[in-house]
Design a protein around this ligand. Structure first.
Ligand SMILES: [Fe+2]
Length: 272
């Protein structure tokens, strides 16, 4: 199975910019590339912060843009999202019995579990898995088929990354999530958004993946603590292949428009 990950699209109303960038223009470029180069993907998953202010025109803009995508989508909530406005423009995206935007989807190659870590009541942008969402996770981990990998997606990381301000707005209750995982099943891979940077590692035995945002980025700065340093580094989508226990993740800087050449080409090699 192959799929694409996009994250932190931070959509705003049509023709508006955010931090000098137009998210719709960027998503259009990503979709052009995905439709052309990856006709064999099972889905495109967007791991939260779909809209920056969570207003209706932003979701309307996103909904219009995503209609051009050939592959189906799986959408998650991030700290910038608003569930009710989102649902008005994405009425077909399932919400669980408690109204959270989370799901379990079983594919031949893997089970995809998505969590909703949005805490709309929080004064800051930290994430939360309340009792109802922890119960959903527990049921998902216990009932997923044991004969294929389980891929867990959530917006907020449950651990510190070293990005100091971002660490103050990670998942607020990581121990509660870990307790559920420890007594049920370790996901084979954990995919997140929120940090707007490419970061990989292992959390308590679970390999994890975080990637660049579609919109603005967070700068590589492990010192600044009082605010979030931003940057205009190029956006990327991830291309994931799952084949049994073998998982490979590529990053595509889809806005790159420079030369593509053969490394075996002597002329290219000796170019002044
Ligand atoms: Fe974000």
């Amino acid at each position: 199975m192959k799929f694409i990950i996009l994250t932190d699209t931070h959509f705003v109303a049509r023709n508006r910019k955010i931090y000098g960038l137009d998210p719709a223009e960027r998503l259009a470029a990503a979709i052009n590339r995905i439709n052309l180069d990856h006709p064999d993907i099972a889905f495109v998953i967007v791991t939260g912060d779909l809209a920056h202010w969570g207003e209706d025109p932003a979701y309307e803009n996103l909904s219009m843009e995503l209609k051009r995508l050939v592959a189906p989508t799986i959408l998650l909530m991030g700290n910038h999202d608003k569930r009710d406005a989102f649902s008005r423009h994405f009425p077909d995206v399932p919400r669980d019995a408690n109204g959270f935007v989370q799901s379990v989807q079983v594919f031949d190659a893997a089970t995809v579990v998505t969590l909703d870590t949005l805490n709309e009541a929080a004064p800051d942008h930290a994430g939360l898995l309340c009792e109802a969402r922890l119960a959903f996770l527990e049921h998902a981990l216990m009932s997923a088929p044991a004969d294929r990998p389980l891929l867990l997606f959530q917006h907020h990381p449950p651990f510190d990354s070293g990005l100091r301000y971002m660490d103050t707005i990670r998942l607020a209750n990581p121990e509660a999530e870990w307790d559920v995982i420890a007594r049920t099943r370790l996901p084979d891979y954990l995919f997140m958004g929120h940090l707007h940077r490419p970061i990989a590692g292992v959390w308590r035995g679970i390999p994890f993946h975080i990637q660049r945002a579609l919109a603005h980025q967070v700068a590589f700065d492990l010192v600044t603590a009082g605010h979030i340093p931003g940057s205009h580094e190029a956006p990327e989508y991830a291309h994931v292949t799952v084949n049994g226990g073998h998982i490979v993740i590529h990053h595509c800087a889809f806005l790159y428009d420079g030369p593509i050449f053969s490394l075996q080409d002597q002329a290219a090699l000796n170019q002044a």
